[in-house]
Design a protein around this ligand. Structure first.
Ligand code: FAD
Length: 500
């Protein structure tokens, strides 16, 4: 028997767990492995505001990070441990802490983000100089991304065969149990106070809508997942496209982004909920059950991670080289109208205002707003991507960049460039009564459903009756939808012609 097992209190073996985008205690392999290896575990989070360059954590996500770290710190304290918070370069801080703790290894989650991968290399080298090992573990994907290849050993560029392959693999192992007991290494480890990082906004405090909407942290994540799976999973196939249905989707994305939940936990919990659902059958929306549709979305999340892992330049450069020289327009006025939710196109403005208020936007509306920017306004997808990055609480480098490229038509598995969402048709189809638009664009609240998605088409008497003076109470459209569409089509066509 080892000394550790004989007398745990006398055992001074130590390991470090370096938390990053995996702010949880359950299904957490770095923590589980560290505890297996050592009697004492030091939990550390390092804030590096400049890490990631242009993709340093955005404003809304910093608000989330603050609250998620507070929750993690409290959970670790309850388990008997301590979360050490330090600001600076992890390649300096982590090795110094490991040395002070007398740790033989540092455990962390594996990342598919290029900046984190580069940081891992630097930390690994600095640790190696002290004969300390860096051990990284899968924490944010269902599968080992390197193991997913086509039959000829190539990388998938298209979702459907990728998802088919994922489904043919053995199911991910069930989630690891929650770590409930932790003991820190002996000694005093200097830690910053979370408050001194000033992560949430103060002047002005724009986070009211975020506070009203979200409960960051592992407990909040599980609570949201339980409620969604128990009551809404079976209807998900048809409800997921209705932005006015506030329970139509899970709203788990920020919890997944910060790793308060792992995709493995969601995958298994969804399967269990589906098996337990009374009279489960395909829902009205089509042949697939809500469960299968939901699983497909989790696989889209996996696919985005896979694309970034294999295309590190994806956040900045088009995946399809043919679009690299496309001449996007500089349109500060149009971009600002879009950002502020003042384009005069109601479903777009509703989405952009929802984003500003609660740091999240419904998926259908993300597609519509992104399409208006990149196609009708012909403003580059990178401009939209950057705005989403700064305003989303779920801003995720892989999913955000893959999705923007998908909408703009520059990705490997994108909708074709000639497919341009008509925001009026989309609004009428997915928000027929205008529930969503009325909620976020209250100045249009009295307009009849028939005119709500295109107020510029409404007869003067209708506008009068609804108390709207177009151009004063609500803007006229920033662009004619027909003209914008034609311009986008010819720009994309020219580009394709020039490249072929
Ligand atoms: P649900 O419908 O409940 O789906 C469950 C989970 O599946 C989500 O939490 C998410 O992890 C995953 N998922 C769902 N839809 C997609 C999708 N289209 N692509 C990839 N994964 C998906 N998602 C982010 O998490 N972060 C982003 O930064 C992000 N940026 C986006 C930008 C654009 C332009 C577009 C069109 C989509 C973007 N998405 C992003 C994808 C999607 O809109 C969100 O994941 C989804 O709206 C989150 O809501 P939910 O948790 O209720 O999703």
């Amino acid at each position: 028997m080892t000394a550790r097992r004989a007398d745990p209190a006398a055992d001074d073996t130590a390991a470090i767990v370096w938390f990053r985008n995996d702010l949880r205690l359950s299904d957490h392999r770095p923590l589980t492995e560290a505890r297996r290896e050592a009697a004492r575990v030091l939990a550390v989070f390092v804030l590096d505001r400049s890490a990631g360059g242009a993709w340093a954590v955005g404003g809304a996500a910093l608000w989330w990070l603050h609250h998620s770290l507070a929750a993690l710190s409290e959970a670790i304290r309850k388990a008997g441990g301590t979360l050490v918070l330090r600001e600076g370069d992890a390649a300096t801080i982590i090795p110094a802490l490991a040395e002070q703790a007398g740790a033989a290894s540092v455990h962390c989650g594996r990342s598919h983000e290029p900046a984190l991968q580069e940081l891992d290399r630097r930390v690994e080298q600095a640790l190696a100089r002290r004969a300390i090992a860096l051990r990284s573990h899968r924490v944010s994907t269902l599968f080992d991304l390197d193991a997913i290849r086509t039959q000829s050993g190539k990388i998938y560029g298209v979702y459907t065969p990728f998802a088919r392959t994922c489904r043919s693999l053995p199911d991910p192992d069930p989630p690891l149990p929650t770590v409930t007991r932790l003991q820190a290494p002996r000694g005093a480890f200097a830690s910053d106070r979370l408050e001194q990082w000033h992560l949430p906004p103060t002047r002005p405090d724009w986070a009211g809508g975020l506070r009203d909407t979200w409960t960051p942290g592992e407990a909040g994540a599980h609570d949201r997942m339980r409620r969604f799976l128990a009551d809404h999973l079976e209807g998900y196939g048809s409800s997921r496209d209705i932005p006015g249905d506030e329970r139509g989707t899970s709203m788990l994305s920020p919890h997944l982004r910060w790793g308060e939940l792992s995709p493995v936990q969601v995958w298994h919990a969804a399967r269990a909920a589906h098996a337990a659902a009374p009279g489960r059958k395909p829902d009205a929306g089509g042949a697939r059950s809500g469960f299968e549709t939901f699983q497909n979305e989790i696989l889209w999340h996996e696919f985005a991670a896979y694309l970034l892992h294999n295309n590190p330049a994806m956040p900045d450069e088009p995946l399809r080289a043919a679009y690299a020289r496309l001449r996007w327009r500089r349109d500060p006025r149009g971009l600002q109208a879009w950002q502020r939710g003042l384009t005069g196109v109601p479903i777009v403005d509703a989405g952009m205002r929802q984003l500003w208020h609660i740091g999240w936007m419904h998926n259908r509306v993300r597609m519509i707003t992104a399409s208006l920017l990149t196609k009708h306004l012909l403003v580059s997808w990178q401009e939209g991507e950057a705005w989403f990055w700064d305003t989303l609480v779920d801003g995720d480098l892989a999913t955000n960049s893959a999705s923007w490229q998908w909408v703009a038509g520059t990705g490997t598995d994108s909708q074709p460039f000639f497919r341009i969402f008509n925001p009026v048709t989309q609004g009428r189809k997915f928000d027929p009564e205008g529930t969503y638009v009325r909620r976020w664009v209250p100045e249009l609240g009295n307009l009849a459903p028939r005119w709500l998605h295109a107020p510029w088409e409404a007869p003067a008497a209708e506008l009068d009756r609804a108390g709207i003076r177009l151009g004063q109470d609500y803007p006229k459209p920033v662009i004619s939808l027909e003209a914008g569409r034609d311009r986008a089509l010819s720009a994309f066509r020219n580009e394709v012609r020039a490249a072929s």
